[in-house]
Design a protein around this ligand. Structure first.
Ligand SMILES: [Zn+2]
Length: 260
């Protein structure tokens, strides 16, 4: 399969993974699974018109900028995926059907219909594996060096989904382990004028997530998944505000985690 994986991305196309500030001294380790919206050239934009590849179905609008700024403010490592989740969703187990979606929200993805196993494997090998291997190897190195790691999975969600408006400005998501999510939820809820989702509009599960279950739960690392509503971080001023807010509240939540 490696020959096929090699041909999915041409040599001049971007690397699937950005890994910034690995040497950062913070315990926080940031991951942005849906930061990018690139599509490999040979997938011919998945048969979609350009505007469909620019809206929320293709990526988490604003979150890459928040992740990079948060990385600088916390002095934390950050890993970001370059390619669109419509190519392969890096926050899904590749075994679940939504890994390479045939429909996203209400848009059919022509380039994902009736894929062969060879075509699926090419996407896994070229995009999914390098991303998750980068995270796993970095967390292994930190553990070997005796460094603490606190995994923060950063996402953003559309203000309106299938015609329904969402009231939450931000959401704290978790599954089996609420040790960090709980204090972060309490701190965000204490902020002026914020409506905070408690596992809403999404919750972490093994079927709908990969990064937290695999890199957080299985390693027993403190972790949390954060979703910010996209209208909050579509522009640079909002991105800066949210990076500053999370740089203030995440260390406070972790301090509370260590106390409890
Ligand atoms: Zn996302």
């Amino acid at each position: 399969m490696s020959a096929i994986a090699e041909t999915l991305l041409d040599a001049d196309e971007p690397d699937p993974v950005s890994f910034d500030n690995e040497a950062g001294r913070s315990a926080f380790f940031l991951a942005c699974d849906h930061a990018g919206r690139a599509i490999p050239r040979r997938l011919d934009r998945l048969g979609l018109p350009e505007h469909e590849t620019q809206r929320h179905i293709a990526w988490d609008i604003g979150i890459g900028a928040v992740g990079r700024q948060l990385s600088r403010l916390l002095d934390a490592a950050v890993v970001l995926q370059t390619y669109s989740r419509l190519v392969i969703d890096c926050n899904r187990d590749p075994e679940v059907p939504s890994s390479i979606p045939e429909i996203s929200e209400m848009t059919e993805i022509p380039g994902n219909l009736g894929l062969t196993q060879v075509a699926r494997t090419a996407r896994i090998d070229a995009i999914f594996c390098p991303y998750h291997c980068t995270i796993a190897a970095a967390l292994d190195r930190r553990a070997a060096a005796g460094r603490a790691s606190v995994l923060v999975a950063l996402h953003s969600f559309t203000p309106v989904f299938k015609g329904v408006a969402r009231p939450w400005h931000v959401a704290v998501l978790y599954n089996r382990d609420t040790r960090l999510a709980r204090p972060l939820f309490e701190l965000l809820s204490a902020e002026d004028g914020l409506v905070v989702g408690d596992n809403a509009p999404y919750a972490v599960s093994d079927l709908t997530d990969y990064t937290v279950p695999v890199h957080g739960e299985r390693r027993g690392l403190p972790h949390v998944e954060i979703e910010i509503r996209q209208d909050q971080i579509a522009e640079p001023s909002g991105q800066r505000d949210w990076a500053e807010r999370l740089a203030r509240l995440l260390p406070a939540a972790y301090a509370e985690f260590l106390r409890r």
